[in-house]
Design a protein around this ligand. Structure first.
Ligand code: GLN
Length: 491
């Protein structure tokens, strides 16, 4: 039977004729079929994935050297374009729409011989925290089918959690990779703003959006980041390829031999002592900080008085950007079009957009239009921009003194279905720990370290200075290894 540990091991096995890419794809197709009730996939590219696997097996058997993602089976969120494949942002308004080109991120994976196995369910236009806002219905958390997988990239998270693919792509505008990773007990990486090109990612809030990676381990996320990152002529906000240190030329390689470094770590008092934080999550993280101190790292409690402003600032700015980004979906040239008889063009737009967009998307378009309207612009939009600037400045200052900031990823473990749907404000407030990284553009990751007494997994969120994915990944890998050996010795 095919089993998957990590990409490096998979490649070793392939080279020793211990399994083939066809075995891998066959295995995942069967898993997807057997676990259909999870509803993680919108579409599965079964025939072409098998075809590609057979071609790769042949190339390898003919002695061709393996490319970096040879036969790696990847699923992508339904907001990322893959040429000649459907992309709908889990929305009725994009019903039947086929991508005209591939996202730069996807193209770079394909260029390294990855196999894209299908597209994953998500919240409509990536707006949500539970995957309950999808035209395709709920995705179930594989750890407990009565719980949400998190959102908005719920399907991509469950695809990795339930072993339906090796790694997957999501998008993270305010936590949509880290929070579902936290709820599902896997690794979720959101790189710095601009680290991975946004070309071919359906826009939600352009100054926040970033493609992210779900994986079973930190190494696989690092490898995918190496391949997808870098400047792109199609996205002027993309950062140039990171020039790492002389001894570390790439992220994945930098994890082979971790530096024997004593880290300077900080956590925000306002975050860890926040009344909304589950007691057990707080205690487990505090216990970890004590262990880290005993290992010789410094862990400081620092003030971050701006914490209560991050959620309001995030929702003002992202809805403003969304109201503009989503204006292109009008039923004229592509996507869903209302068939109702209409008197004029305005009524046509109204009908199409009211029928095509779901409730949450409509709420955000209205909110965004409101905060941008004359008379309210200065009170809301400008104020939120000012908060964002303060956050950026304050964050820069924090990272002159510390290597990393640790936080919970979410205030609780995965919610039950329907728990927060009736109360959008409660739902938005649960994003308190994740939106910070998107407002400031810094990288963040959720690593699956803990299990709650309610049996659900939860992670630790780590953030570093903008563009410092090297420290982020090395420290994450260190923590995962450290935590493993600590638990082995103390249980
Ligand atoms: N939960 C957040 C929201 O609803 C994050 C979404 C995201 O990162 N795409 O906006």
């Amino acid at each position: 039977m095919f089993t998957f540990g990590n990409i490096q091991q998979y490649h070793k096995d392939l080279l020793q004729n211990n399994g083939t890419c066809t075995d891998a794809v066959t295995h995942y197709l069967l898993q997807i079929e057997q676990q259909q009730q999870l509803n993680a996939f919108v579409e599965v590219y079964a025939a072409e994935a098998l075809q590609k696997a057979m071609e790769l097996d042949k190339k390898r058997q003919e002695g061709e050297p393996l490319k970096k993602l040879h036969g790696v089976v990847i699923a992508i969120k339904d907001v990322i374009c893959y040429k000649d494949h459907k992309v709908t942002a889990a929305s009725k308004i994009l019903e039947g729409f086929t991508s005209l080109y591939s996202a730069t991120a996807v193209q770079r994976l394909l260029d390294e011989d990855a196999i894209i196995i299908g597209s994953c369910n998500c919240d409509e236009f990536a707006m949500g925290s539970t995957n309950e806002n999808s035209v395709y219905g709920n995705v179930l958390n594989a750890a407990d089918n009565g719980k949400v997988p998190g959102g908005s990239s719920g399907g991509s998270a469950v695809a990795v959690q339930a072993g339906l693919c090796m790694v997957s792509l999501g998008s993270d505008t305010g936590g949509s990779v880290r929070q579902p990773a936290d709820f599902c007990g896997i690794v979720g990486l959101k790189p710095s703003y601009g680290r991975i090109s946004r070309y071919g990612l359906i826009a939600y809030a352009s100054s926040f959006d970033q493609i992210g990676i779900f994986s079973n381990n930190v190494q696989d996320a690092a490898l995918l980041l190496d391949i997808m990152e870098g400047a792109d002529a199609f996205d002027s906000t993309a950062l140039p390829t990171a020039s790492l240190t002389e001894s570390n030329t790439d992220y994945a390689g930098s994890l082979q031999q971790l530096p024997a470094k004593k880290y300077r770590i900080a956590f925000f008092k306002e975050a860890l002592y926040h009344p909304s934080l589950d007691k057990e999550i707080k205690e487990k993280i505090l216990a970890l900080t004590e262990q880290l101190k005993a290992e010789g790292h410094t862990v400081a409690e620092i003030d971050f008085e701006l914490l209560d402003y991050v959620v309001p600032a995030y929702y003002v700015l992202t809805t403003a950007e969304a109201s503009s980004n989503l204006s292109r979906f009008d039923g004229v040239r592509f996507g869903y079009r209302s068939q109702a008889p209409v008197a004029d063009l305005t009524e046509f737009y109204k009908r199409t957009r009211s029928e095509g967009f779901g409730k949450e998307v409509q709420r955000r378009i209205l909110l965004g239009t409101f905060v941008l309207s004359a008379g309210y612009y200065d009170a809301y939009f400008s104020k939120a921009q000012q908060v964002r600037r303060l956050l950026v400045d304050k964050t820069k200052a924090v990272f002159t003194e510390y290597d990393a900031v640790i936080l919970p990823t979410s205030p609780t473990t995965a919610f039950s279905f329907g728990e927060k749907t009736g109360d959008p404000i409660a739902m938005y407030l649960a994003d308190i720990y994740t939106v910070f990284a998107n407002l400031t553009g810094i990288p963040g990751i959720s690593v699956p370290l803990f299990k709650h007494s309610n049996q659900m997994p939860f992670g630790l969120q780590i953030m570093t200075a903008k563009a410092d994915e090297l420290t982020l990944l090395q420290f994450s890998e260190y923590l995962v290894q450290y935590h493993k050996s600590y638990t082995a010795q103390n249980n």
